[in-house]
Design a binder for this molecule. Structure first.
Ligand code: DAK
Length: 260
């Protein structure tokens, strides 16, 4: 299926979604978000796809933010559904029952940083730049940035970044926990695919349940979180993958997971 602003390619069990609006540094408007949502849903619904990778087209940007020209003349009545649309799509990515990796190839600013944060893991090229520069425009982050950034980097660092609007480099992003891995520019896709393939080799049900336990647990206090973990852990024993994984270990062979 062809989209106007997004490319969806398959490489074996990986789906690669490229935000494709390089002239505007892949800035997000309603059409781009619509295409992104459709591509994510198509990859999710494809039984051959185990892991999704989201990246940006061109040399310069992952996504340079929400489209400023598109937002310039918005009324509060128009801003609310717009921010809700972005929040809903990012929540869909965050809660997708397949892992999603952001391959951050350049600027990840504003809505771009928020998109990367909605993904499970962020692999950054050495020239990636992260930031929440919304205050420079007289607004606050509107696609979950005030909520996900402090969860990733802590309250003080999130306030430092959001109040200052400062851009940080990939090494700093890795140091504070915003990027999970930094790789040379020309190795970004290869390293991201390598990571994705290592995840794809595991039992998809275990990955799905681990994702749910981590995401849900972060919304709960510790006692409720470990209760939730116990339930999800018990659920693993209803799967064929658990039987196969443990049997294969004891038989000293590689497991053949089926996702059942
Ligand atoms: N929107 C629209 N166009 C953008 C853009 C953006 N965010 N970022 C870049 N572009 C366009 C530029 O206008 C330029 O277009 P032309 O002039 O060529 O037509 C082209 O991309 C190349 O950009 P530059 O010429 O500026 O390239 P440079 O290398 O000089 O600079 C830059 C790169 C990334 C440092 C610079 O472009 C820049 O500062 N861009 C803006 C970054 C930014 O402020 N991003 C945050 C956007 S605000 C909410 C909903 C959502 C949000 C907030 C609230 N509610 C509804 C409440 C989210 C907000 C944001 O994300």
């Amino acid at each position: 299926m062809a989209y106007e602003y997004v490319l969806l390619e398959k490489d074996g069990c990986l789906a690669i979604i490229t935000i494709n609006r390089p002239k505007a540094l892949n800035a997000l408007n309603a059409d781009v978000l619509r295409d992104l949502q459709a591509a994510v849903r198509a990859a999710h619904d494809d039984p051959e796809v185990a892991v999704l990778i989201i990246t940006g087209a061109g040399e310069k940007a992952f996504v340079a933010g929400a489209d400023i020209a598109f937002m310039q003349d918005m009324s509060p009545q128009e801003a609310r559904p717009w921010t809700r649309m972005g929040q809903a799509i990012f929540a869909e990515i965050e809660n997708l029952d397949k892992p999603v990796i952001a391959a951050v190839n350049g600027f990840a600013l504003g809505g771009g940083c928020e998109l990367a944060m909605a993904c499970d893991i962020r692999v950054a090229s050495e020239k990636a730049r992260f930031g929440q520069p919304e205050v420079n425009l007289g607004i606050i982050p509107g696609f979950g940035g005030t909520q996900r950034l402090p969860r990733l980097v802590g309250k003080g660092m999130a306030k430092r970044l959001i109040f200052s609007g400062d851009m940080i480099d990939a090494a700093t992003a890795e140091r504070i926990g915003l990027a999970d891995m930094v790789v040379p520019v020309d190795e970004l896709m290869a390293k991201t695919k390598e990571l994705a393939m290592s995840i794809a080799a595991k039992g998809p049900t275990a990955i799905k349940l681990a994702k749910a336990a981590i995401n849900r647990g972060l919304e709960l206090d510790l006692a409720a979180g470990v209760d939730y973990e116990a339930e999800v852990f018990a659920l693993c024993f209803a799967t064929a993958d658990q039987k196969e994984g443990m049997k294969a270990f004891l038989e000293k062979r590689k497991p053949e997971f089926t996702g059942k």
